[in-house]
Design a protein around this ligand. Structure first.
Ligand SMILES: N[C@@H](CCC(=O)NCCCC(=O)O)C(=O)O
Length: 250
């Protein structure tokens, strides 16, 4: 019997060969574990510049999760490097940009997390603060190199996917970033902020596109039961599009 479980693409990170080790692709297990637990079938796509192969793979997918990672190269968007940046490998970023353009053209359901949300926002016409410490000096810490499980509180819009998931209670989410969305892309709205004003979630306002982004990390090893609901909401949204039900994200 053919499974009706949606196929959800996931990108990976890339580390080039070093003196004693080969090149690796890798991703945190929480990304695919949570997609699987939510009823999807994770399909991990490594970086590639074979556009025909990417196109053929995207033809077979029902949705996509864009994972977090190091910094996007601002020179790809006409800006200058910033001293605080540690760039992701260009193999990954080149691939990710091809994939996000495919997702956009197909209006494929997408959940962007961390760098994945930032890239989604950039490609759709938004932009970023390149360093919170410099651009938003009154902001609370959004990462702690000594504590990979660093968390901060969150204020959500009730009429949104994250609002549906987290409700009204005290919310604390896993945060590991020094960049943040400045201008939200046309067609998207802010659905959650840190109390210091930093944007922490966005979602599409377009009827024909189920697209959500979180700056925080619901896939992390210390994810709460509510964090995991983000994946359930996403996979449910993908399933609704499989049956042709189009609705706003929230
Ligand atoms: N590098 C960007 C994006 C933040 C991000 O995706 N963090 C995740 C770190 C790697 C991981 O734990 O997956 C920024 O700093 O704003």
């Amino acid at each position: 019997m053919t499974s009706t479980r949606p196929l959800i693409g996931i990108n990976t990170d890339f580390r080039p060969a070093q003196q004693r080790t080969p090149a690796y692709v890798y991703l945190a297990a929480g990304y695919y574990e949570n997609i699987q637990a939510a009823g999807g079938i994770p399909v991990i796509l490594p970086p590639s510049n074979d556009v025909d192969a990417i196109h053929a793979a995207m033809d077979r997918l029902d949705g996509f999760v864009l994972i977090g990672g190091q910094d996007l190269d601002p020179r790809n968007d006409g800006y200058m490097l910033h001293h605080s940046m540690k760039l992701m490998h260009s193999n990954r970023e080149t691939f990710d940009r091809i994939v996000v353009n495919e997702i956009t053209e197909r209006r494929m359901p997408v959940l962007g997390i961390g760098a994945g949300m930032q890239l989604l926002n950039i490609v759709q016409g938004g932009n970023l603060f390149y360093d919170i410490a410099e651009d938003l000096p009154n902001a609370v810490p959004h990462r702690d190199h000594q504590d990979p499980l660093h968390r901060h509180s969150l204020v959500v819009e009730s009429d949104s996917l994250v609002g549906r998931v987290y409700g009204d209670g005290e919310i604390r989410v896993a945060s590991r970033h020094h960049m943040a969305i400045d201008e939200v892309a046309p067609g998207f709205r802010v659905t959650a902020r840190c109390p210091d004003g930093v944007i922490e979630a966005i979602e599409s306002e377009m009827m024909d596109w189920f697209a959500v982004g979180t700056q925080f990390h619901p896939e992390c090893e210390a994810a709460s039961a509510l964090d995991i609901r983000i994946f359930e909401e996403f996979v449910d949204g993908v399933k609704e599009r499989q049956t042709g039900d189009l609705r706003l994200v929230a």
